[in-house]
Design a protein around this ligand. Structure first.
Ligand code: MBD
Ligand code: FE
Length: 305
């Protein structure tokens, strides 16, 4: 009566119900459980192996590093690829390409009008960078008073909030563009990122024989009235990991050009005196076709039903 073969057990797990539940959650759970049963049988996974994997999952959650594993195993990029396929099918795959948010965004960064020193409190670190441009619609018209939420890692490759050594919102700011869609900021050229050593994530990647490096990049969440919010990143050229990103997030069209400027008076409001690296980059936003598309939402604060 309660003696089961694996397939009888699977049928019970996926079929026993006292209420209707949610059809979609049921179907997806059934598939995942079925695939895992099969994996365990095919590879003759031992109890020790299974329970050490569960301990690893527990540690992963406790370390708040789930998002690093999803990125490293390609899920974040997969979701972007699929969204873009949907865009193509709907003839709306245009504008600046999206790139993954990653797990290190923090909402609520301080807001400035038109320009900001993103590197406030980090003076003297790294090569001075001035990045500027406009937020535009597909028609080439500026998006007035758009929001450019920008974040990058510190000179050690670590992100504030996740790194207890840094002040709140270090290297995180929001810029409201002027009426012509202009934004600009001063910072420094960030280094690449590496997954933390001695962590559940580095343990997995060591066993997979994979590295955990990302090339140097700067994150953006750009939004404006009537436009589809865009989550993207730009890459700094010349990085050895540009074509070998552990998160598979780099894209054509998002590698910026660096211009060396020896002297300019145009950036005195940002305190720029000597030579610096200059980047010009315009963000081109699609039109939003629903109100929710226009909301600058992080993947973490999307409330689900
Ligand atoms: C990062 O800095 C990042 O941007 C992503 C996507 C994953 C891990 C670290
Ligand atoms: Fe990052």
């Amino acid at each position: 009566m309660a003696e089961y073969t694996p397939s009888q057990l699977l049928a019970l797990v996926n079929g026993n119900q006292v209420s209707a539940g949610d059809e979609r959650v049921r179907a997806i759970t059934a598939r995942i459980v079925s695939d895992l049963f099969q994996t365990i049988e095919t590879f003759q996974v031992t109890p020790n192996e299974f329970w050490s994997a569960m301990k690893w999952l527990t540690r992963l959650g406790q370390a708040d590093m789930v998002g690093l594993v999803t990125a490293g195993l390609g899920f974040d990029r997969l979701l972007d690829i699929l969204e873009e396929e949907a865009d193509e099918a709907a003839a709306r795959a245009q504008g600046t390409p999206r790139a993954i948010e990653g797990p290190l965004y923090v909402a609520g960064a301080p807001v400035s009008q038109r320009e900001v020193r993103l590197d406030e409190g980090n003076e003297g670190k790294g090569e001075t960078l001035v990045m500027e441009g406009r937020v535009l619609g597909l028609d080439g018209k500026p998006v007035p008073h758009a929001s450019v939420d920008v974040w990058h890692c510190n000179e050690l490759g670590r992100y504030s909030h996740f790194d207890p050594e840094q002040p709140a919102y270090n290297l995180r700011r929001r810029i409201e563009t002027d009426a012509e869609g202009n934004y600009r900021f001063r910072s420094f050229l960030p280094p690449g990122y590496a997954i933390p050593p001695n962590s559940p994530v580095s343990d997995l990647f060591a066993q997979l024989g994979r590295h955990g490096n990302r090339p140097a990049h700067i994150h953006f969440l750009v939004s404006g009235s009537g436009k589809r919010a865009l989550t993207t990143q730009v890459n700094i050229p010349g990085d050895t990991f540009l074509d070998d990103d552990f998160a598979f997030a780099t894209r054509d069209g998002l590698v910026v050009s660096l211009e060396r400027i020896e002297r300019s008076d145009a950036y005195s409001s940002l305190g720029v005196t000597g030579s610096f690296t200059h980047v010009r980059f315009d963000f081109v936003l699609q039109d939003a076709i629903t109100d929710s598309e226009a909301v600058a939402a992080s993947r973490y604060d999307t409330t689900h039903a």
